[in-house]
Design a protein around this ligand. Structure first.
Ligand code: SF4
Length: 360
């Protein structure tokens, strides 16, 4: 007996198609089932063409749980006899909370039966990128990150990405948590050169693993985005600096290197400022990232003991007002502002605030 399977993406923002649901679709089609993808945000398109026997609702960050519950409750009411499964990041991190959504089954972790399958891109014909996990997990264990919990150590390594690249796509987008930790990275680099498609290492690359041969390989690709590195704490300084030097040596432009800079974590605001200064003085782009607890159900609610709400807001406002797209590029005026400041407060306060403060 064939079933009709409904795949639901809740009404939260995502730049990418729900890749887990596309894999489930491909898996069900191998069993002869029919599938239908629904973007819940499109109110007039919420009702499927056929009654589904099974409904999969996916989820993203834990703080984006409300739209997930809304989708679950809608389909439970609409199709009381169909089984609703809730999976994804939120349900994996907070299964007890997800259980209150009303879903029949809470799925934690990855669906291993659908992992090594070409996603069903027929459901998103307008989408133009092959999204690939050439590995899962990570060799590092940063304690602010969900990956070690959700996917564990490096696993599911692929030596070739050929079966996961669709001819009609002009881009290859890696969703690996740590692409360079895949021992087959050089084989995959060679494949990428042959594919001659645009490439995006979406989750960033590990600065520690950027050797000279790796830097050369990266420079020989048709990069579709900036190179993203992370400089989360001062003890990573020598690796990030060395990675930047190696990338510059092979011709990557300074403005094309984005360095994600964690704040509101264990460091003090002045220690954060030091990292911002270093990144800008290398000529690269600093992208501050506010630390968020993995298990939070309310976005932007955590304030580290070393920070307070006012200081966090100073950073966020500076990003909006003197930054560009939330980042600090190494424009001379900005570099001077950060270099010449006596400390965190002066570095991040805006001119108007400084003037008003001086009047008081
Ligand atoms: S290197 Fe990245 S993916 Fe790996 S544990 Fe750290 S933050 Fe997570």
């Amino acid at each position: 007996m064939t079933n009709h399977i409904l795949l639901v993406e809740p009404a939260y923002y995502s730049k990418f198609p729900p890749i887990g649901l596309l894999k489930l679709s491909a898996y069900h089609k191998t069993k002869g089932d029919t599938t239908e993808l629904i973007a819940f945000e499109k109110k007039d398109q919420r009702i499927p063409k056929k009654t589904p026997q099974k409904i999969y609702v996916t989820s993203l960050f834990s703080w984006a749980w409300k739209p997930v519950w809304e989708a679950v409750s809608f389909y439970k009411k609409e199709f009381p006899k169909s089984e609703v499964w809730l999976g994804g990041i939120y349900s994996s991190l907070l299964p007890d909370h997800a259980n209150l959504s009303g879903a029949d089954r809470i799925y934690q972790g990855l669906c291993s039966h659908a992992e090594n399958i070409l996603p069903d891109y027929d459901l998103v014909p307008e989408w133009d990128g092959s999204i690939i996990f050439s590995s899962r997990g990570c060799c590092n264990k940063c304690d602010f990150c969900a990956v070690p919990r959700l996917e564990g150590k490096m696993n599911s390594l692929k030596k070739s990405i050929q079966p996961f690249v669709l001819d009609r796509h002009s881009k290859i987008i890696f969703f690996d948590n740590n692409f360079l930790a895949n021992k087959y990275r050089m084989d995959i680099f060679k494949e990428l050169i042959d594919f001659d498609k645009k490439v995006d290492f979406n989750q960033g690359i590990d600065a520690k693993l950027i050797t000279e041969p790796v830097a050369k390989m990266i420079a020989s690709l048709k990069l579709d985005s900036t190179i993203r590195l992370a400089y989360d704490s001062h003890d990573q300084q020598k690796f990030v600096k060395r990675a930047v030097e190696r990338l510059l040596a092979v011709g990557i432009k300074k403005r094309d290197i984005f360095v994600y800079t964690l704040f509101n974590y264990r460091e003090t605001p002045d220690e954060f400022l030091n990292r911002v200064r270093e990144i800008l003085n290398w000529g690269t782009v600093c992208y501050p990232m506010r630390y968020e607890s993995l298990f939070t159900i309310e976005k932007n609610s955590y304030v580290s003991p070393n920070w307070d709400a006012q200081k966090i807001e100073l950073v966020q406002r500076a990003r909006r007002v003197i930054g560009y797209g939330g980042a600090f590029p190494a424009y001379q005026g900005l570099v001077d502002k950060f270099n010449n400041a006596s400390g965190f407060q002066e570095a991040f306060e805006l001119y108007e605030e400084k003037k008003n403060g001086a009047k008081k």
